[in-house]
Design a protein. Structure first.
Length: 182
């Protein structure tokens, strides 16, 4: 869970995005920046290095992102450097995406299956969940061969396990409980 500092910066950025009517733009661009920071160990190390001045770090941001991202978002990133909070970019991104989804009535649903789902299966599952949740659904799809068959759906903290592995584990617990009571 993100800290209060990250939440406060996110709230400020989200309010700015709403004011500028650029919620989608800031989301996309913030994800690009956070992904690049997350994936590039050298860049992350340079941005965290105490002997590199804030001005140099801001200049690097200008060089790397100056033409790619909105100038207000770039100024926000520079503010993070000035305040020594650039390392919180991943937490700020998570909070921003959460606020964006809440604002747009979107529910993120994690779906894990033994084999990749077909387009028709995804569409049917999406339709079913959107009716049930009364929200737009955004899937995070992944595969896990250990599931054997079926799907596991995670919505917030709720897990719906309709996998062969899950059924086998439940059957095993049932058998063990029955044998313990006898």
């Amino acid at each position: 869970m993100a800290g209060i500092v990250s939440k406060n910066y996110c709230d400020a950025l989200f309010a700015l995005a709403q004011e500028d009517q650029k919620l989608d733009v800031y989301k996309e661009q913030l994800n690009v920046v956070a992904d690049s920071v997350k994936q590039d160990d050298e860049f992350r190390a340079v941005m965290a290095h105490p002997k590199i001045s804030k001005e140099e770090k801001k200049g690097m941001l200008e060089t790397i992102y100056g033409k790619q991202i909105d100038h207000m978002l770039l100024n926000f990133l520079k503010l993070l450097i000035d305040k020594g909070r650039f390392a919180k970019i991943e937490e700020i991104r998570r909070e921003y995406n959460k606020a964006y989804n809440d604002f747009n009535n979107i529910q993120v649903v994690h779906v894990k299956s033994a084999t990749p789902l077909q387009k028709e299966e995804i569409a049917k599952l999406k339709e079913t969940l959107e009716k049930k949740l009364q929200k737009k659904v955004d899937f995070v799809l992944s595969t896990d061969k250990d599931l054997i068959a079926g799907i596991r759906i995670k919505i917030n903290d709720q897990i719906i396990d309709n996998t062969a592995l899950g059924r086998l584990q439940r059957l095993k617990r049932t058998v063990l409980n029955v044998s313990e009571t006898q």
